[in-house]
Structure formats: structure tokens, C-alpha cells
Design a protein around this ligand. Structure first.
Ligand SMILES: O=C(O)[C@H](O)COP(=O)(O)O
Length: 178
């Protein structure tokens, strides 16, 4: 009997972004807190052994900075692609990007935005029982990471095909008084 390969899809919402006046949404940088949380996201990925073979990152500055700071905390660097279709996609568009991932990739990290990430998680693991799905329903905050897992192919991800097997929020400590 052949067992279908395990697919792990990590979805990371960018860390907290600033709103400098006159800056277009796509170019908004991370705030100080966002920069701390992005580094914490890298440490979280390493601690949980959530290490991707491939990273697909929205082209927005806040997602690119989130990845840059998180990646600095990882031992090895996976292949990264900056994907314009991940900047605020409707769920079917995000799914289409995941469906194209090559079969040799086991763990994929998507760095993107709400509401697409939250809606994708609820769609894919929507009838999942348990606390994690309820937590995402309530909130999928900045620098949150969700892990969806299923057996099969990347283009098998669709409504109610995955389990939400991990959920965590990365928070970096504020620097103390010196
Ligand atoms: O993930 C999001 O909510 C969007 O990218 C908007 O980001 P913001 O909360 O920093 O405005």
C-alpha cells in the first residue's frame, strides 16, 4: 500500500506594520513591535521545527520585512519567491498559488495578509473540531502562524481537506530600560 506524502502548509500573517503618512499601503514598513515579533516568528518556526522547503511571500514591504527578520533566526535558508498574487488575494487566488507548488516540496510557508489567510484556514479546516479553529474564527493576529496538514498533493487543498494541526502567535519581548 502506498501512503500519500504529508503536506504541511504554514501560513504566517505579517507582523505589525506602521502607517507613515503619505506611504502607499504596499510600501508600509514594519513598526518597532512588528520587527520584534517578526524575529520572534523566526525563532518560533525553528523551535517548532516548522522549517519550510519553499517560502512564497507577498510582495508588500511588510511581508518581505517579516520574512527577512524571521529568516535571520533560521539555521538554513529555504528557497524564497516573492509572489504578487499573494498581495490581498481572494481565497481562490491564494489556493491557485498553492496548487502550483511542485511535488518535491513537503513544507511550504506562505507569508501574507488578512483576511485571505484567516479565510483560507477556515475554508480548508472549516469543519475541524477543537479549540484552534475557534481561535482563528475569533482572531488571526499579526505574526500568527497556522499549520495546515493533509496527505496528498498540493492541488488537493480545498474546502475541508486539511487539519489545523498547529497555531501560535509570535511575540518578541519589548526592550527593557537600560
Ligand atoms: O493582514 C492585514 O490585515 C493586512 O495586510 C492589513 O495590514 P494592517 O493590519 O497592518 O493594516
Amino acid at each position: 500500500m502506498t501512503i500519500s506524502p504529508l503536506r504541511r502548509l504554514l501560513l504566517l500573517r505579517h507582523a505589525k506594520a506602521a502607517r507613515p503618512p503619505g506611504t502607499a499601503d504596499h510600501e508600509r514598513p514594519l513598526s518597532g513591535r512588528g520587527r520584534r515579533d517578526a524575529r520572534a516568528a523566526g525563532r518560533l518556526l525553528a523551535k517548532e521545527d516548522w522549517l519550510p522547503d519553499l517560502v512564497l511571500c507577498s510582495t508588500a514591504r511588510r511581508t518581505r520585512e517579516t520574512w527577512e527578520l524571521a529568516a535571520a533566526e533560521l539555521a538554513g535558508l529555504p528557497q524564497v519567491r516573492f509572489e504578487p498574487r499573494l498581495y490581498h488575494p481572494p481565497v481562490p487566488q491564494l489556493l491557485a498559488v498553492v496548487h502550483e507548488v511542485p511535488a518535491h516540496v513537503s513544507t511550504l510557508l506562505v507569508i501574507g495578509h488578512n483576511p485571505s489567510l484567516r479565510d483560507t484556514i477556515l475554508m480548508a479546516a472549516g469543519d475541524g473540531v477543537g479549540q484552534r479553529v475557534r481561535e482563528v474564527e475569533e482572531k488571526f493576529p499579526t505574526a500568527a502562524v497556522a499549520l495546515l496538514a493533509w496527505r496528498g498533493t498540493w492541488d488537493g487543498l480545498d474546502a475541508r481537506t486539511a487539519l489545523l494541526t498547529g497555531l501560535a502567535v509570535a511575540r518578541g519581548a519589548r526592550p527593557g530600560p537600560s
